[in-house]
Design a protein around this ligand. Sequence first.
Ligand code: FCB
Length: 473
Amino acid sequence: MIDDTLHFPPGFQWGTATASYQVEGAAQTDGRGRSIWDTFSHTPGKVHDGDTGDVACDHYHRLDDDLDLMARLNLGAYRFSVAWPRVQPTGRGPVNVAGLDFYSRMVDGLLERGIAPVATLYHWDLPQALEDDGGWPHRDTARRFGEYAALVGEALGDRVHTWLTLNEPWCAAYLGYADGEHAPGRQEPAAALAAAHHLNLGHGLAVQALRATVRQDAQVAVTLNLHQVRPDTDGADDLDAARQVDAVANRVWLGPMLEGGYPQDLFDGTVTVTDWSFVHDGDQATIAQPIDLLGLNYYNPVRVRRFTGEPGPDAAGRGGPGGPWVGCDDVEFVRQPGPYTEMGWPIDATGLEEMLLRLHRDHPGLPLVITENGMACDDRVEAGQVHDDDRIAYVHQHLAAAHRAIEAGVDLRGYFLWSLMDNFEWAHGYGKRFGITHIDYDTQRRTPKDSARWYRDVIAANGVPAAVGPVTA
Ligand code: FCB
């Protein structure tokens, strides 16, 4: 009999991911402080429909039920994030024991069910008090983050085996401080680059703090949403545009964390924005802490070309002021062919394969994990069911791409589907659904979608069928 399954390596970790502000709710419970996302979501006009994370999926109060749900899905791992303002309500000072206890109960509940906890320390909910003091553009925030990491490490480090310092610092720096679509909603390109540096510094300090507090066999890593940047043509100008975007999107993190320092072309390309004088002697050594794994979040590739003075018919915007692409004023983003997700993101799994191959080539010996991947769909409950065939096809395509990368030699250790359940999708509020479990926000009823059952079977088989269907969205 022909086995037409794409088998993943033995021990491959299958999980789902969520983030504190997106699912927990209980925004004012047990001493939790305010985060920048509380402030931002309560500011009129910032989030779709005025949605906030006040209640979200009420994960905080429904922890046991949600843990049982995970067990029924046969999950091997659960990636969650710790809300800094639950642990340290103002971002400094002693621990708020009640807040930390929630994560301790979560970790115990996961382990009891045979699910590995994967903890992210920062998924964007900066304590508001630290933003009031300047936020990530302010150097002290990095130091505070290191101290917070030590507190969490001390409390959970005996039981959590995998740690991620930051989630997608690209979003925290550029969407938060240059574009303004995310909290704290500032549009200050120079501050965004300072934020990027202090996020890097905070990462290094957090790795040090974790190494000093958590179990010796723990794995410490970071999660980056690296952009697979494609030039529109092979012409020198378009290649150069792609290089420029790669510097501000990717090498701004990979450089100092893994490649010995910031790339010179990043400095050259942003010279009119900042002189980078916030980089101090010794910072590079702090940032370059050895890590055990690299987490990659992947949703879609980007296509760029040199802006020639006239937007092309397929133009999808330009870099520069008012957007996230700091220093890329003469770069034009190109609309890519569909199909698209409900976010309007093009579906193209080849970008995932290419990025995995690049990381493997540039960093041989550094194991990789896909810490997020998934699709927003226009899901509806009909007779108690949600038929999300497109999400199944999307995940299937991306797993097939990941499998091709493994076959080509990439040391890929796991895959975390975004997300366990529908949740607060940042500026899109509850309008976009990424979950494999449907949430009825009026009743908090959880309804596993078809994709949840499909994923459960993938986990059981440790693989996916070789034949991949199309996404019809
Ligand atoms: C990523 C975020 C995650 C979620 C997905 C859709 O950028 O890390 O919280 O919003 O996108």
